[in-house]
Design a protein around this ligand. Structure first.
Ligand SMILES: NC(=O)c1ccc[n+]([C@@H]2O[C@H](COP(=O)([O-])OP(=O)(O)OC[C@H]3O[C@@H](n4cnc5c(N)ncnc54)[C@H](OP(=O)(O)O)[C@@H]3O)[C@@H](O)[C@H]2O)c1
Length: 296
């Protein structure tokens, strides 16, 4: 496993395991199997509703002697209804620690660029100073929002990570340059675009995969590794968990990298975070009379 050093000195595994859309029934086993397979970074979120089960999977792996807590890098994210103000954010961090069963969380992110992100950031910085959380960051901030956030926040703490969609259809070339300039580590969600636009049967990706005797999934993850991005891959199947980890014994050459660069559609395979209807949808998740509690 490769590790990358964040702007606060903490080391993050470059390849991680995501648990979005894994059912509550399956999550404990998936997390346990992922740790057995060799993943050390587990990515969850309050909105996934499976922090308790993630915590159980981790506890089982530690009980069985597969890892110790310090080997693991656990991430969660505050949803918009936790980012109403500093207090809702502080409370959510505490609740996540309880649900995950962890004394500290390795990385807590603001999941969306909405709400009182500056107030919530104060709560994250305070939790980091109290050592409840080791690293703090943002997610789904575009580069302009990220720069504003870094330059104006009164806590003077630059996010360690920005977790954004990066995959062959949405390669974020310019965004990666801005992340590098501001020393914010880019982390890719949906590296496979959840298979959209027939990613796993794309002829160019298949050609590169056959050349290296690897799978399309492995080529995509290797491409992210070579671009200096941290990637989160999700699979509930142990054989795919192992396959996705087996990417450190080959390299893509310039020709391969250029071929993949040609696939860029420069747009999300999912939705635009600036679309007013989507912003409305996110705002509907907040109940201002009970800021923490609605539905998630
Ligand atoms: N910050 C955010 O807003 C945000 C948004 C989305 C996701 N995320 C994070 O990023 C993680 C990854 O993204 P994602 O889960 O949306 O999508 P993804 O990792 O791009 O794709 C997952 C899909 O690919 C399949 N798959 C995995 N490995 C494969 C392989 N080697 N060959 C063929 N199919 C394969 C999986 O199926 P099986 O499970 O059946 O194998 C699943 O259907 C999430 O789990 C979550 O932690 C964050």
């Amino acid at each position: 496993m490769n590790y990358i050093t964040l702007n606060n000195g903490q080391k993050i595994p470059q390849l991680g395991f995501g648990v979005y859309q894994i059912s509550n029934e399956e999550t404990e086993k998936a997390v346990y199997n992922a740790i057995v397979a060799g993943y050390r970074l587990i990515d969850t979120a309050i909105s996934y509703g499976n922090e308790v089960e993630v915590g159980r999977g981790i506890a089982r792996a530690i009980d069985d002697g597969i890892v110790i807590r310090e080997d693991l890098f656990i991430t969660t994210k505050l949803f918009v209804n936790n980012v109403v103000n500093q207090e809702t954010a502080a409370e959510a961090i505490k609740e996540s620690r309880i649900k995950l069963g962890l004394g500290y969380i390795d990385l807590v992110l603001l999941h969306q660029p909405y709400g009182d992100t500056f107030g919530a950031w104060r709560a994250l910085v305070a939790a980091q100073r109290d050592e409840q959380v080791k690293s703090i960051g943002i997610s789904n901030f575009d580069s302009a929002q990220m720069i504003e956030f870094i330059r104006i926040n009164d806590m003077n703490v630059t996010p360690q990570v920005n977790q954004i969609e990066i995959n062959p259809w949405n390669q974020r070339k310019e965004d990666l340059a801005w992340h590098e300039k501001y020393h914010v580590q880019a982390e890719a969600w949906a590296p496979f675009a959840e298979g959209r636009h027939e990613l796993f049967t794309n002829p160019s990706l298949i050609e590169i995969a056959e050349k290296h005797k690897k799978s399309v999934g492995q080529v995509v993850l290797r491409w992210l590794m070579q671009r200096g991005v941290v990637a989160l891959a999700k699979s509930t199947k142990p054989e795919r968990m192992r396959e996705n980890l087996d990417i450190f014994d080959f390299s893509l050459d310039d020709n391969d990298m250029n071929k993949i660069a040609e696939l860029d559609k420069e747009e999300s395979a999912f939705f635009d975070h600036h679309d007013p209807e989507m912003v409305e949808w996110f705002m509907d998740r907040i109940d201002h009379t009970q800021p923490r509690l609605k539905g998630w």
